[in-house]
Design a protein around this ligand. Structure first.
Ligand SMILES: C[S@@+](CC[C@H](N)C(=O)[O-])C[C@H]1O[C@@H](n2cnc3c(N)ncnc32)[C@H](O)[C@@H]1O
Length: 319
């Protein structure tokens, strides 16, 4: 597995001009227990450990590369729901175990066929796992890390294995049970991880009142969620309060804050790849990104849409 940064984050010391904001692509290329094998026609074909899986992927608007028979041989197919967040169901092409083990570095974790098309791990997060492990190793002291909405624990177990002290928060008892199962399977039971089953926002509000701080914070909030007492988590309305609290849990000596948001599922890469596929025989190049509106008399940007733009500078010239 290797992670590459396609375009560097821009320095933004002074005037935040539009040209100074370049998207950074954190690219995850798979590892021995995960591969994105193919995509197209609104589906993706992946391998998780020893099983291949087909799941809906609205952004895979192009054509698959591999022959249909390879897709037909998939061990499990998620069907029955076109809704992004719908429960849907799995169809199995042979008898499969309820769980199966996979590895990422020092961590062994179980896959499970869950509702909402999940299998217990978000492989693209490996880009963050590696980066956090680097931070832990480079810091030269035991980092105190907070992992919110921690799910099955990958972002807690990996830094803990590298020497960090981790506080893992999730509102689901089941998810915490699964994360602890992964901890045990990985032989990391002696590592300092505090498992906390609580509403994430309530927990950070309490940490602010206690005056606690962290060296690093990771959060991967869903679009909608529920706390242990039915508290409503809504990404767009809860995130401002969450960010205000997180600021108070960080000091000038803290090292990182990573926020992943799946609330916006479309990416400029989807239209870029589609245009690339259909225009591939033409000269010129394609650039893609987002359109944003700049606020009057302010450096703030509002993203409105994605774009892809093909240009052939040699075209339509008087020859
Ligand atoms: C890892 S996150 C999101 C995963 C994925 N990125 C997505 O968007 O579906 C899902 C986790 O957040 C937890 N969760 C949801 N609402 C929560 C809340 N209010 N407080 C704490 N954890 C919550 C869930 O139990 C689940 O384990």
């Amino acid at each position: 597995m290797s992670v590459t940064t396609a375009t560097p984050a821009s320095p933004r010391k002074d005037g935040r001009t539009p040209q100074s904001i370049l998207p950074t692509l954190l690219e995850m290329q798979g590892w021995s227990d995960y591969a994105l094998l193919d995509m197209g026609n609104g589906l993706k074909l992946e391998r998780y450990g020893r099983f291949t899986i087909v799941r809906p992927e609205p952004q895979a608007m192009g054509q698959p590369r591999l022959p249909q028979k390879q897709w037909d041989r998939a061990d499990a197919v998620f069907t029955g729901d076109v809704e992004e967040e719908g429960p849907g169901r799995w169809r199995f092409n042979k008898q499969l175990p309820e769980t199966w083990p996979m590895k990422y570095g020092p961590v062994t974790f179980n896959g499970r066929f869950m509702s909402f098309r999940h299998v217990g791990v978000f492989p693209e997060q490996a880009a963050h796992w590696d980066w956090v492990q680097d931070q832990v190793q480079q810091s030269g002291r035991q980092l105190k890390i907070l992992n919110l909405f921690g799910y099955t624990g990958m972002a807690s177990l990996l830094p803990a294995a590298a020497g960090a002290h981790v506080t893992h928060v999730d509102a689901s008892k089941k998810a915490i049970g699964w994360a602890r199962e992964n901890q045990e399977m990985s032989g990391l039971s002696d590592k300092p991880i505090r498992w906390i089953c609580e509403d994430a926002l309530k927990f950070v509000q309490r940490e602010v009142r206690r005056g606690n701080t962290y060296d690093g914070i990771i959060l991967d909030p869903p679009k909608y969620g529920r706390g242990t007492k039915g508290e409503v988590w809504d990404f767009f309305t809860s995130m401002p309060e969450m960010m205000a609290c997180l600021r108070q849990l960080l000091t000038e000596d803290s090292r990182f804050l990573i926020l992943t948001s799946y609330a916006i599922r479309a990416s400029f890469l989807a239209s870029h790849e589609l245009m690339q596929e259909h225009l591939s025989g033409l000269p010129g190049s394609i650039e893609s990104g987002e359109l944003a509106i700049r606020e009057k008399d302010s450096p703030r940007l509002l993203s409105t849409s994605l774009f892809s733009r093909w240009c052939n500078p040699e075209g339509a010239q008087n020859k």
